[in-house]
Write a protein that binds this ligand. Structure first.
Ligand SMILES: [Mn+2]
Length: 242
């Protein structure tokens, strides 16, 4: 049987859509499945999704939402009342449900996964960044949070709306392989020369996207991939915010 590498965009607790997409893909034991991170928070089935991912041996890199929930878990343990006041209701619900095993799983997630010439990260790869095992705290932040550069090619926070000039993947030169990423929701997968963004906003009522590569012993053919999508049943985030 042919081996595939299947990569899922931001799931954000949309477990129903993940299961439907896996059915469409007819996932089998020869496949390697990877999530780009942000498989929890904002949607309705965060903790169930976490346990489903672990149980089904789906690999994942860490997203900014996993990092945030880990942080809140310890804040809550330290001072439940203060934490409850400072975080969102739907985040508090998740934090209260997590057990030590869940936290152990979240803390074990890497910042990048490389399979030959294919690289998976949550946000992206900043110009000049080398993905190795000596990442600084700043590198880790950049990997999970990068979206845009300003006109001087400096990373800018997403709130700095007037300086969101260049999207990172349009200027990435392939130095760390072909990158599959999530984090920034697009209407359609964001296709650049050496990268593809596959967060298509499932939790906002968009779609859950998977990109599929054929896995060859020598190399992954990154020019020929297939996209599979599952439409969201509803705008889960809007519901969570009510
Ligand atoms: Mn996300």
């Amino acid at each position: 049987m042919k081996k595939r590498v299947i990569i899922y965009g931001d799931i954000h607790g949309c477990l129903k859509e993940l299961k439907k997409l896996r059915e469409k893909l007819q996932v089998n034991r020869n496949d390697i499945e990877i999530s780009v991170g942000d498989f929890l928070n904002k949607g309705s089935k965060s903790v169930k999704t976490l346990r489903y991912i672990e149980k089904n041996h789906i690999f994942s890199v860490i997203g900014n939402n996993e990092e945030k929930i880990i942080r809140y878990y310890y804040d809550y343990k330290k001072d439940p009342q203060k934490c409850a006041k400072n975080i969102r209701k739907y985040e508090l619900k998740i934090v209260k449900k997590l057990n030590p095993r869940d936290i152990h799983f979240l803390k074990s997630l890497p910042y990048f996964i490389k399979i030959k010439n294919l690289t998976v990260v949550h946000g992206g790869v900043k110009i000049g960044l080398k993905l190795n095992h000596n990442l600084s705290e700043q590198d880790k932040k950049d990997i999970t949070l990068i979206r845009f550069y300003n006109d001087k090619f400096e990373m800018v926070p997403y709130s700095d709306k007037k300086n969101l000039i260049h999207f990172w993947s349009d200027h990435y030169n392939g130095s760390e392989g072909f990158v599959v990423f999530g984090h920034h929701p697009f209407k359609k997968p964001k296709i650049s020369k050496y990268a593809i963004g596959i967060d298509t906003g499932c939790v906002y009522g968009g779609k859950l996207t998977a990109v599929v590569f054929n896995f060859d012993k020598k190399k992954i053919d990154t020019r020929h991939y297939k996209i599979y999508q599952q439409k969201a049943k509803s705008d889960y985030f809007a519901k969570a915010c009510q």
